[in-house]
Write a protein that binds this ligand. Structure first.
Ligand SMILES: *Cc1c(COP(=O)(O)O)cnc(C)c1O
Length: 406
């Protein structure tokens, strides 16, 4: 039987029910350790991109491990504050939000990462040089999985185009803006270390040319993790060696030891997460077998939205010799395939089917589609399994509905 730390998936399912998100907290710490090792020799600061998995206990775990946080909304910032973060540990990287939200973020004392020329202009008009800011630069690099998840190419909505550097500088001069950081985020799933290095070099050039008072360079994230058994992943050590070398050369030339920031989401939490489901039905159609589980795109939308591959195992019988090929499908009234053509040990009704790499963008993108409840979440940390979010009930579904007298 398949286990997560010292718990078999069947014991977790019978204690907490399915569908169930389970996170291995110690695995998260391992991933943090890998990054620290890879970038040793720099003044490294990790900022967890919490949109990947926003349970407050995961944020607390990050904080306990000295990892700061990157938020994309003021709501995430409020969660981070509740998790114990000081506002200055929170980097706010919004995309196209109303200026009222920017004002709220400033009032909260967050660190600002600005991603358009009009926003830069407004911040200058409103706050003058009183606000230390970071600039999100789009380095025009195409990398990172598919167009849907790539953010650093020329046609992406994210960041200020590097070709607009003179315009940026004009606004910075006009308001005497205090630029303390330069940021780029190439998007998810890049695997070529040279890409992040060439993006970094573009930021270094900008720093030399226009920004003499930087405190940090933020190289974003997008590290690829192994979804498929034989996936190519970001080789963190190789990437580390390359980045550390060019970064230290940059600091020497720049005349100052600036901080090196990264904002990993997926790399820290993807592999720690498992979606435990039960096989409701096994269907042998002519030409295709289906396993229907008690979950679907309402709980894990990545396979349908990004065509992403998640390894799926029969947790009740992971090593069975007798195998069959199945499509693993959800219970949503919609084509709802979690995994296609998977050859796994024969499934019988009630088996626990485990979907791996479900920590990042799993629960945080879950919905109530089909008016189904979102799953409970369990954290296993140092050998103890604890519920960190209750399963929803009918009350949650109705909570904000106003029932008219019709
Ligand atoms: C989403 C996001 C990240 C995290 O990306 P991953 O692929 O999950 O590592 C980092 N930085 C910013 C600004 C983001 O929006």
């Amino acid at each position: 039987m398949f286990s997560i730390q010292n718990y078999t998936v069947e014991s977790l399912a019978s204690q907490f029910g399915t569908p169930l998100y389970v996170y291995d907290g110690n695995k998260i710490e391992e991933q943090i350790g890998k990054m620290r090792t890879a970038f040793a020799g720099t003044n490294l600061k990790l900022k967890y991109a919490c949109k990947a998995l926003t349970n407050i206990n995961i944020m607390k775990l990050m904080r306990k491990n000295g990892v700061d946080i990157d938020v994309v909304s003021t709501q995430e910032a409020h969660l981070a504050i509740l998790a114990g973060y000081q506002p200055h540990q929170i980097q706010y990287t919004p995309s196209g939000v109303a200026f009222a939200e920017i004002q709220e973020a400033v009032a909260l004392g967050l660190r600002m990462n600005l991603d358009s020329l009009p926003l830069l202009e407004k911040v200058g008009q409103t706050y003058g040089n009183s606000l230390p800011v970071c600039l999100r630069i789009n380095p025009h690099i195409m990398e990172g999985g598919t167009l849907k998840i790539s953010t650093g190419h020329k046609d992406s909505k994210f960041g200020i185009s590097i070709e607009q550097a003179p315009e940026i500088y004009e606004i910075v001069q006009k308001y005497d803006l205090k630029v303390v950081g330069l940021h780029q985020h190439t998007g998810s799933d890049f695997k070529n270390a040279n890409v992040i290095i060439s993006a970094a070099e573009k930021l270094f050039d900008l720093a030399f040319k226009y920004f003499p008072n930087l405190e940090f360079i933020d190289l974003g994230s997008g590290f690829k993790v192994a979804y498929h058994e034989d996936d190519h992943i970001t080789d963190m050590d190789k990437l580390g060696k390359g980045v550390v070398k060019v970064f230290n050369e940059f600091c020497a030339q720049y005349g100052k030891e600036v901080e090196l920031w990264f904002e990993p989401g997926k790399f820290l939490v993807s592999e720690c997460g498992y979606l435990l489901t039960s096989a409701n039905v096994v269907k042998h159609n002519p030409g295709r077998n289906f396993v229907g589980v008690d979950s679907g795109l309402n709980h894990l939308i990545r396979p349908m939205m990004y065509d992403s591959y998640h390894e799926i195992i029969n947790g009740s019988n992971p090593d069975g010799e007798e195998k069959e090929k199945y499509d693993i499908v959800g219970y949503i009234c919609e084509t709802d395939t979690l995994g296609k053509d998977r050859t796994i040990p024969t499934v019988k009704e009630g088996d626990i089917i485990v979907i791996k790499n479900a920590g990042a963008y799993g629960f945080s993108m879950a919905s109530n589609y089909n008016s189904r409840f979102r799953p409970a979440e369990v954290l296993i940390y140092n050998g103890a399994a604890q519920v960190i979010r209750k399963r929803e009930t009918m009350e949650d579904i109705l909570k904000n509905q106003i029932v008219l007298d019709i």
